[in-house]
Design a protein around this ligand. Structure first.
Ligand SMILES: *Cc1c(COP(=O)(O)O)cnc(C)c1O
Length: 399
């Protein structure tokens, strides 16, 4: 391949998704190889010493680098338009690695209050034990972000759209604020993926991923990633990872590579299915509210249309009758899967208040709209008529 073709910036997104990162070996393989090898053999003691010293590039040990994981990292970096990517064992370890490599005792984070449940627990209870504190603010309130920043604030952290209530953050505005105040903006891009939104191009400094979700796309493997500049990710995050060790398994990296190849097709197809279902849900009698950025009733519909290429596959809706009704609705379905994951080709149904967000105090939960009657759907690739028929069983059960 010519050097020009290796500059992925010159190629389209879909080309990067299927080709970036793979340098065919002398075996001539068409599909990316899986390198299940913990360590690597040196030609001489002098080479071993040079590799350990970092004077010579090359593999040493799979906690540092692995050829299959590297293909995944280069491909995702090309798709997010970042200089470097580091793969991690899970989405949570990507967030932990970001915090541990960039923050120290005395530092402060300003974070959206509408975050993945385990991220809130990490920021609220784990990081304070190491002297890092967090202020939580409403995702869409730019004044609240501005006021929460103090001289010790080092990082702003958000997810957009938020899960499950699909609030949208103005990434460019928050990047400008972060940089004016000497902070880094970190965006968890798990719900949109680079197929629908590329935060680094809007000014964010780093992107974190749970590869477990749409990057895999078929509910098989746990993994995560951090993407950003050479200085932040290539040096700081990589140094933490090679020492602390929450690294991605090469087998999982291979599964994610196959997932990335169909990511763009899946994300747009799942978005289209979600749009059809959200519009249908809005017409159901008794429904109180449907959260979906593709609906004109969504408070930030215009911002979502500007910032994302499609609304995404996640939606939530409110029914009357609290947890009892929500559980009856969910338990009446037979096709959709009752599971707390998201980003699968199969449609998933969840009651966030009693599962993914149950560790949040009820007041905090209600403040972000995760009321007891809220049901979340991560829309898959089935025929929408079949999903509608299944959800109708839920409506019949609460009538
Ligand atoms: C699932 C998820 C995570 C955590 O990822 P794991 O792979 O489960 O560790 C982080 N952020 C978001 C938005 C998620 O949905």
């Amino acid at each position: 391949m010519s050097d020009d073709q290796k500059d992925w910036r010159k190629l389209g997104f879909r080309t990067r998704a299927v080709r970036a990162g793979h340098e065919r070996t002398s075996e001539g393989e068409q599909s990316e190889p899986i390198f299940l090898s913990s360590s690597y053999v040196f030609e001489s003691s002098a080479q071993a010493s040079a590799r350990f010293a970092g004077d010579e590039p090359g593999n040493v040990y799979s906690r540092y680098t692995n050829p299959t994981v590297r293909i995944f990292e280069q491909r995702l970096a090309a798709m997010e338009e970042g200089e470097r990517c580091v793969g991690t064992a899970s989405g949570m370890s990507a967030i932990l690695a970001t915090c541990m490599s960039l923050l120290k005792a005395g530092d402060h984070i300003v974070a959206s209050r509408a975050l993945f449940g385990a991220t809130i627990v990490m920021f609220d209870t784990l990081l304070p034990r190491f002297g890092v504190t967090t202020s939580f603010v409403p995702l869409t309130d730019l004044d609240a972000w501005t006021q929460a920043i103090s001289p010790s604030t080092r990082m702003l952290f958000l997810e957009t759209p938020s899960n499950p209530t699909t609030e949208i953050a103005d990434i460019a505005a928050l990047a400008e604020l972060a940089h004016a105040r000497g902070c880094l903006l970190v965006v968890d891009n798990c719900v949109c993926t680079p197929a629908l939104q590329r935060p680094l191009t809007l000014g964010a400094d780093m992107v974190v991923h749970s590869a477990t979700k749409y990057l895999d796309g078929q509910g098989r493997c746990l993994g995560g990633a951090v993407v950003g500049s050479d200085a932040l990710v290539g040096v700081e995050v990589f140094s933490f990872m090679r020492t602390a060790g929450p690294t991605m398994s090469p087998f999982n990296a291979w599964v994610f590579l196959k997932g990335l190849e169909t990511l763009d097709l899946r994300m747009h197809a799942q978005s289209r299915n979600a749009q059809i279902l959200a519009a249908w849900l809005e017409t159901r009698p008794g429904i109180q509210r449907v959260h979906f950025p593709g609906l004109e009733s969504h408070p930030q519909h215009a911002l979502a249309a500007r910032q994302q290429t499609a609304p995404g596959g996640l939606l939530a809706f409110e029914i009357p009758g609290g947890q009892d009704a929500a559980w009856r609705f969910i338990d009446a379905t037979v096709l959709v899967s009752k599971t707390a994951n998201l980003g699968d080709t199969k449609t998933l149904i969840t009651h966030p208040a009693s599962t993914t967000h149950r560790r949040m105090p009820p007041e905090a939960r209600n403040a972000v709209g995760i009321i007891d009657g809220l049901i979340r759907i991560a829309v898959g690739l089935e025929d929408t008529d079949d999903i509608k028929q299944d959800l109708q069983r839920g409506f019949d059960a609460i009538r």
